[in-house]
Design a protein around this ligand. Sequence first.
Ligand code: ZN
Length: 240
Amino acid sequence: MKITILSNENKILKFIVEGINESLMNSLRRTSMVGVPTMAIEDVEFTKNSSALYDEIIALRLGLIPLTTDLKSYNLRSECKCGGKGCALCQVKFKLSAKGPKVVYSGDMKSSDPKVKPVYDNIPIVKLLEGQELKFNAIAILGFGREHTKWSTGLMTYKYFPKVISGKKDLKEPKDVKEIAAYLDKVRELEHKEEIKTEPVEDKFVVEFESWGQLDHKTILLRAVSELSKRLKAFDKALK
Ligand SMILES: [Zn+2]
């Protein structure tokens, strides 16, 4: 298998994978997106909310704020030594206290662990008018995107690498990494104009992975691979 990184900008990683079939590529895609744990707010206790939004709506919005995730320091609640009761090894506390008039942003929340905080400080939570108040304590835990999308790591898509089979002969195959992105754009454009015909290269994929920012791409991909092999081992064991 060969991996070629094309670019890594604005949390979007573009790369090419060769020597892999589609089922494996799709397993890797799904596991990367929803099978790698990230931190998200799960429980919220409101001590004051006189804003225009119901508690439930604010709690939902809080859950969707991506939080920087430290996989080495935290356990899944279900696998923690505390037996799921909640402790410093499986949860992070957030609190917020705000008075209107103001817009309450993700960055206004105070975290009990500086390593776990909103990826973006400027996500609006609610607008408070004069005299309105919002106070809550919240708990973030690790979870999987397959349980709730708030824990998903990002969005990964792939396409087959195109092989030009007829049409323009002057379209040169890319020689180095820098030329590949421009080549793919050109091929797409010419194909759209029906000036060329392509067929997919069966074992070569162009992958785009946009992360929501909780973890870096490499951590997500490595963890996805180990989650996949853990499952295959369990399958193997069950067969014996
Ligand atoms: Zn615990």
